[in-house]
Design a protein around this ligand. Structure first.
Ligand code: DX5
Ligand code: ZN
Length: 224
């Protein structure tokens, strides 16, 4: 099963509900929300109030990607806002096992994210706890960056570890995933596909965004 997790970072924020609806009509099945704090990553985006607003306009799972220092402080807030899956970076969690357990105790499914420089082996002990692992295919912080092909080696590694350990976590990729790169990501083993700039065509372009989502999924599924 392949899912397009459209990233609203690339959407027209003045018409967020319409943008989400267009991505859904095009076949998007997950709404990816990028939370950035200006510390862990250089950029600042949005927090729990925007997650709560998005929750009101879609029934899709909300894949909330925390690019923030000290995510433990905000777990309860994101649970209350309606996050379905809460993603934390390995690089900021000193007690990763505890953080992932706490996310589950708050009624969400936990997921863990690794930056391009972080090896898969840092996750071995927590793989049984997670709903999915997100392999960043750019350095986090901005939409519209170029895909780093080398990161797909980590996707392959995770796929074989999953088999070896008899687990069933899903594998997600995020960053520079578009019509030209998604096939390689799917062949490597990714099944949750985050895409922002490849989907949202800009203000007043909902029909084009919808078509982008449809074409993207067509390319992805022909590689599966
Ligand atoms: C980057 C974010 C991504 C971003 C992807 O730090 O985590 O989710 O929205 O954007 P594109 O698809 O444009 O690379
Ligand atoms: Zn993201």
């Amino acid at each position: 099963m392949l899912d397009l997790a459209f990233s609203i970072l690339a959407a027209d924020f003045t018409h967020l509900a319409e943008e989400i609806a267009a991505a859904e009509r095009g076949g998007g099945t997950v709404c990816h929300v990028d939370v950035m704090d200006g510390h862990f990553v250089p950029n600042i985006t949005f927090g729990p109030p925007v997650v709560a607003a998005v929750r009101r306009v879609t029934a899709l799972p909300l894949d909330v990607h925390l690019m923030i220092e000290d995510p433990d402080r905000y777990i309860a807030d994101f649970a209350k806002a309606g996050a379905t899956w809460l993603l934390v970076h390995q690089e900021v969690c000193r007690h990763l096992y505890r953080t992932l357990t706490s996310i589950r105790e708050h009624g969400m499914e936990p997921a863990v994210v690794i930056n391009p420089a972080t090896p898969v082996d840092t996750l071995t002990e927590v793989l049984p706890l997670v709903h999915h692992v997100l392999v960043m295919t750019v350095n986090p912080g901005f939409g519209g960056q170029s895909f780093i092909p080398r990161c797909l080696e980590k996707v392959k590694h995770l796929r074989s570890l999953r088999e070896e350990l008899g687990l069933n976590f899903r594998i997600e990729v995020d960053g520079g995933i578009g019509h030209d790169t998604v096939a390689d990501a799917v062949r490597a083993g990714a099944d949750l596909l985050v895409a922002g700039s490849a989907i949202f065509a800009g203000p007043g372009q909902a029909a084009k965004s919808e078509a982008n989502a449809r074409d993207f999924l067509q390319v992805a599924s022909s590689a599966a």
